[in-house]
Ligand binder design. Structure first.
Ligand code: G4P
Length: 531
């Protein structure tokens, strides 16, 4: 098959949600439909459960296994589907944001009872920023949920995206009877597993079917027609360009747990979701069908075996064909690299891959050369955009508890922050190391890993900051003045860019007002512009 056909065949996406909305259940159901797994539970067992800091050992345990669900690739109807897993736990949100830089579209799962939640908002912000095409699955329709009109209104307002219902629910909770598919113009009846509903009623175009009236009830059918008229008036009709540009989200109602609406979602996804497209590097736009290989590292899994310090770096292929044992150019170090056992992932199985194509993700064994955002090419100097760091929300100073292990501590902190576990900032005088994260759990993970993998001991001391912003300006004098004035709140990231720590949003606002010539960046994307 030629390169263009390989590209057309691929769909690379992520399923995202606020924890508990049903992401794992939906992923599993898609894998079951795709024939990639035979039994439910395969994905679930790898899930980092809702946990408190005391459960971080659980995370350690899961880290090893969850490598196999980092990418779930399978073929369905002659399409190669790559589902990139995103951690459900909110403390690992940064991992999720980075994974979103490696997908071509997403499916957002929303709990019909809870509506838009905190993580839904944040994840969608990242998608909107990148114009990622989004499909929405309203899950748990078997529960008493919000009124669908209210829910859609909330989605549009809070997520800043237009929605286009593909299906419309008939009742909800105990009264959930099914959905009307506005495109196929047919009713699909919801049949909970133990129901005695005849098979023939599961899907019908005959709205007057007496059995339908019997099961759904005349009132419900009449209400449905009224609602459908409203829906057609109120919402955008489907437009594939608007969807592909990330402005319009086709929306489905269903229940992942009960297998309802999942196949429908998958089929529509295959019809409309984009195949790998052009990707922007800071130097130029890369087209997927360019002959030469390009790709970037968006995730690193480290020290799977503590005795060997081995890591797997996950590379999204952007263009060309990846081949085992061929030399590639690592643009940050200028080194040539060759991979003798690159891994591909098929649901739960890992195997050595001989070749891979745009949209695919390969796992590269690495002894410490890679860092998140690194680019591989066949010689061209390229840096891919879009694996930014986000302003951490928690900042703590590392306190070294064993002065004889200072070097090990340095190395551990440096390597872990290369992997993207957290961000490192250094403050002078005294070379104080400050770790920034979006979740408390990370500190437990770092402490544990420093001790077990690097033999170093540390504790963390809380700092009164809630935000870290990278600061840039053309006015060097003004920057110096600002740095002098805020010395206690200034540190430097690993590339020596100055960062301002704000004690509150209000302090940040004040700093912005008092120093208008300085730009305060809440993500590190500005570095790309600098290059
Ligand atoms: P997440 O990955 O987004 O965190 O969510 P997950 O799939 O783990 O689902 C969270 C909970 O919601 C699970 O229950 C799951 O069974 C339930 N769930 C998922 N889809 C539906 C649905 O369509 N209807 C209903 N009623 N529930 C649904 P749990 O009790 O927390 O876990 P478990 O014991 O079932 O594993």
């Amino acid at each position: 098959m030629d390169l263009k056909s390989e590209i057309r065949k691929r769909r690379t996406f992520a399923i995202i949600s606020h924890p508990d909305a049903g992401k794992t259940t939906l992923t599993e159901k898609l894998l079951l439909f795709g024939g990639a797994i035979q039994t439910a539970g395969a994905v679930r067992s790898n899930k980092i459960r809702k946990t408190t800091t005391s459960d971080f050992m659980e995370i350690e345990k899961q880290r090893g296994i969850s490598v196999s669900t980092s990418v779930m690739a399978f073929d369905f109807n002659n399409v190669r589907i790559n589902i990139l897993d995103t951690p459900g736990h909110k403390d690992f949100a940064e991992d999720t944001y980075r994974t979103l830089s490696a997908v071509d579209s997403v499916i957002l799962v929303v709990d019909s009872v809870k509506g838009v939640e905190e993580q839904t908002r944040k994840l969608m912000e990242v998608c909107r920023r990148r114009n990622t095409p989004v499909m929405i699955f309203i899950n748990k329709m078997d529960r008493e949920g919000l009124n669908p009109f209210d829910l859609l209104d909330e989605l549009e307002k809070e997520l800043n995206i237009a929605v286009c219902p593909y299906t419309w629910p008939i009742g909800n909770g105990k009264q959930f009877k099914g959905v009307y598919n506005l495109f196929k113009e047919e009713v699909q009846i919801f049949a909970p597993e133990k129901s005695s509903l005849p098979e023939s009623l599961i899907c019908t175009k005959d709205i007057k079917d007496p059995r339908l009236m019997d099961y759904v009830g005349e009132d419900n059918i009449n209400k449905l027609w009224e609602e459908i008229d409203f829906v057609k008036d109120m919402f955008e009709s489907f437009n594939i360009s608007l969807y592909r540009e990330g402005y319009l989200a086709p929306l489905f109602f269903g229940s992942a747990l009960n297998n309802f609406g999942v196949l429908e979602l998958l089929e529509t996804f295959l019809e409309i979701a984009p195949c790998p497209g052009p990707i922007q590097a800071s130097e130029r736009t890369i087209e997927p069908d360019e002959k030469q290989l390009t790709g970037f590292i968006f995730k690193i899994h480290a020290n799977l075996d503590p005795n060997h310090r081995d890591r797997i770096a996950f590379m999204r292929i952007c263009s060309g064909k990846f081949e085992r044992n061929k030399f590639y150019f690592h643009t940050r170090s200028g080194k040539k690299m060759r991979f003798s056992s690159p891994a591909s992932f098929m649901a739960n199985n890992k195997s050595i891959v001989e070749e891979a194509f745009p949209g695919d993700v390969v796992g590269l064994y690495d002894s410490g050369n890679f860092k998140i955002g690194d680019t591989l090419t066949e010689g061209e100097m390229l840096n891919f955009k879009g694996v930014p760091n986000f302003s951490p929300e928690i900042l703590k100073e590392v306190i070294n508890l064993d002065p004889f292990k200072t070097k090990q501590l340095e190395k551990g902190v440096w390597q872990m922050t290369d992997e993207g576990v957290a961000q490192l900032f250094v403050q002078q005088p005294g070379n104080r190391k400050i770790i920034g994260t979006v979740g408390e759990l990370q500190y437990e993970v770092i402490k544990f890993r420093l001790e077990h993998e690097y033999g170093a001991k540390c504790s963390f001391s809380n700092l009164p900051f809630v935000k870290a912003c990278w600061i840039t300006t053309d006015d060097k004098k003004e920057l110096e003045k600002f740095i002098q004035r805020k010395l206690n709140a200034i540190a430097y990231d690993k590339e020596n860019n100055p960062v301002f720590f704000a004690e509150s949003d209000w302090m940040l606002k004040l700093a912005r007002e008092n120093f208008p010539s300085i730009t305060f960046h809440e993500t590190s994307d500005f570095k790309i512009l600098k290059k």
